[in-house]
Ligand binder design. Structure first.
Ligand code: SF4
Ligand code: SF4
Length: 122
């Protein structure tokens, strides 16, 4: 059972500079959007950090940049069922380091809405 609650987090892990995809991830995105592999590759990915497929990102008020599929108002993933494998496995069993930090700061500052600003715009 996870010891973190993504619904109370502004989506830190979706702001990582590299969201690495593999071919199956791009295929899943293509199917989800009713597009060809090539159209999905062009629309949603770019070559970055030495990777063939990296998720395109967009501007975000908290973290500088964030995944193009992140809803920056609702603070959630818009393609949950078609999300890449790296998103499915993160952060693994148990705790999320960022959530622990958020909980600590929200408690220390007596502010349940506190968001730790981290510029991941690179
Ligand atoms: S940083 Fe942690 S708590 Fe926040 S959305 Fe990602 S996994 Fe969930
Ligand atoms: S696909 Fe969804 S879960 Fe993965 S980084 Fe983008 S918004 Fe976050």
């Amino acid at each position: 059972m996870p010891l973190y609650d993504c619904s109370k987090c502004p989506g830190y892990c979706c702001s990582y500079p590299l969201i690495a995809l593999d071919k199956r991830d791009v295929q899943r995105l293509a199917k989800h959007h009713g597009m060809s592999f090539e159209a999905a590759r062009k629309a949603f990915t770019k070559k970055e950090h030495g990777r063939q497929y990296a998720m395109r990102r967009k501007k975000d008020e908290h973290y500088g940049k964030i995944c193009r599929f992140f809803d920056t108002k609702e603070r959630r993933c818009t393609i949950y069922t078609a999300r890449p494998s790296v998103c499915r496995s993160f952060p693994g069993e148990g705790k999320c380091g960022y959530y622990e930090f958020l909980k600590f700061e929200r408690n220390a500052q007596d502010d349940p809405e506190f968001v730790a600003l981290t510029d991941h715009s690179d």
